[in-house]
Design a protein around this ligand. Structure first.
Ligand code: ADP
Ligand code: ADP
Length: 216
């Protein structure tokens, strides 16, 4: 099972990918999480990515494509994976196709999540995440059992790029650079559209219907 989760920031891709990854036993590969971990460790990639991430811009394609090439070479990806937040440009989409072609593999389905912008902004405004295990919460929709503390015991943090001024930029970047991928995958007959309203469980039911229908 090779899935791509596509959609604007805050739509719930990460939440859904984490849930499905547990259910299906395939890794959840989120380029945002990989970059934030690299930033925390101050690796060369992390140091290069920081200014792009903090200002809401995309990290250059070649940096991201190298990260994905390495990650997809790991043995745990043999049974499949869920890509969350990659590809984010047509160039990244083409690079992914090439990588898969070389191994005679293909993407099974691209799930495109959509939601109105007011709701996206509310989801992002309430997002708190764990810097240790990456689990994501929402102050109102999905609060942690103990306020401000992850189930793993670590203090939750709010992402710097979730500040309102950066969110505006990220939504514009999504419209200009990422949304062309919707047509790109629609043209390949791979796209399923899922409206991401409703509870987390309601959305995951829609996702599972979308890819089970496509694989039957
Ligand atoms: P993305 O990975 O697309 O940026 P996240 O999965 O991080 O989105 O979700 C953004 C925020 O919205 C998080 O705070 C998350 O807890 C919350 N959230 C996710 N799915 C839902 C949902 N179905 N209903 C309400 N809130 C949600
Ligand atoms: P969200 O789902 O809320 O948009 P992510 O965690 O996926 O957030 O991404 C956070 C930031 O990391 C992006 O704004 C961008 O700077 C960088 N990033 C993540 N994935 C990519 C990618 N595939 N290409 C370029 N930049 C990326």
């Amino acid at each position: 099972m090779r899935l791509v989760f596509l959609g604007p920031p805050g739509v719930g891709k990460g939440t859904q990918a984490a849930k499905l990854s547990k259910e299906y036993g395939v890794p959840h590969i989120a380029t945002g999480d990989i970059l934030r971990a690299a930033m925390a460790r101050k690796t060369p990639v992390g140091l290069e990515a920081k200014s792009y991430i903090d200002s809401g811009k995309l990290v250059p394609d070649d940096v991201i494509i190298n990260i994905i090439r390495e990650r997809l070479g790991e043995p745990d990806t043999k049974k499949g994976y869920i890509l969350d937040g990659f590809p984010r440009t047509i160039k990244q989409g083409e690079a992914l196709s090439k990588m898969l072609d070389q191994n005679r593999e293909k993407i099974d389905r691209v799930i495109y999540f959509y939601l109105n912008e007011d709701e996206l902004v509310k989801r992002i405004a309430g997002r708190w995440s764990c810097p240790a295990c990456q689990k994501v919460y929402h102050t109102i929709n999905n609060p942690p059992k103990k306020e401000g503390i992850c189930e793993c015991g670590t203090a939750l943090v709010q992402r710097k790029d979730d500040r309102p001024e950066t969110v505006k930029e990220r939504l514009a970047v999504y419209r200009n650079e990422t949304s062309p991928l919707i047509q790109y995958y629609e043209g390949q007959g791979l796209l399923s559209k899922v409206e991401a309203d409703g509870t987390v469980d309601e959305v995951s039911e829609k996702v599972e219907n979308a890819f089970q229908k496509s694989s039957s």
